[in-house]
Design a protein around this ligand. Sequence first.
Ligand code: AMP
Length: 223
Amino acid sequence: MKIILLGPPGAGKGTQADILRKKLNIGKIATGDMLREAVASGTPLGKQVQDIMAKGHLVPDKTMIDVLFGRIHKADCALGFVLDGFPRTLAQAEALDRALAFEDAAIDRVIELKVDDEKLMKRIVGRYACAKCGAGYHDSFKRPMQAGVCDACGSKEFIRREDDKAQTVAKRLETYHMQTEPLLPYYRVQGKLLSVDGMAEIEEVARQIDEVMGMGKKNAKNS
Ligand code: AMP
């Protein structure tokens, strides 16, 4: 099963991709995570994309297509994959379709997480994570049980993403509307687009995804 999750930054694609990965035993490919790792390790790719990411702009298509194609044939993707953050432009979507068609394969489903920009902004700007174990928190919605201490591992160090600042988030949302939203009609005419309410609670979004994908209770029980 090859699935794309579409939605603006902060729509919950990463969380739902994790759920789908476990449920379907497929690979999760989050291009933003891959780039952040490259930046953190100071690789040539990381150096190339650091400033672009910090400004909330898109990394050039050619670079992203190379990053993705280097990843989709890894062992964890033997049964398929769920894409979080790719494609983000029509050129990327077309390149992906062409590459898969070459292998007699295709994207099966594209799930749109529908969200409200204003609420989204609040969601993103308040988020942070434990620097040690990566557990996610939020200034308003999910504070640690003991202030300043990670519930999961007890660490007292937290990090915020460089590109989660209000101004950058506004830019990333604008980029999404301008460059990525045109992918919705692209996949709709292919008959692959399914939409769910991305503003609902995590479990409810996951339930809606099961429902629109026709996975129903059978798979939900297997999870
Ligand atoms: P994300 O974690 O998916 O929000 O991605 C963080 C940043 O990485 C984006 O704001 C872009 O700068 C860059 N990025 C990730 N995926 C792509 C992509 N498919 N195309 C272009 N830029 C990307």
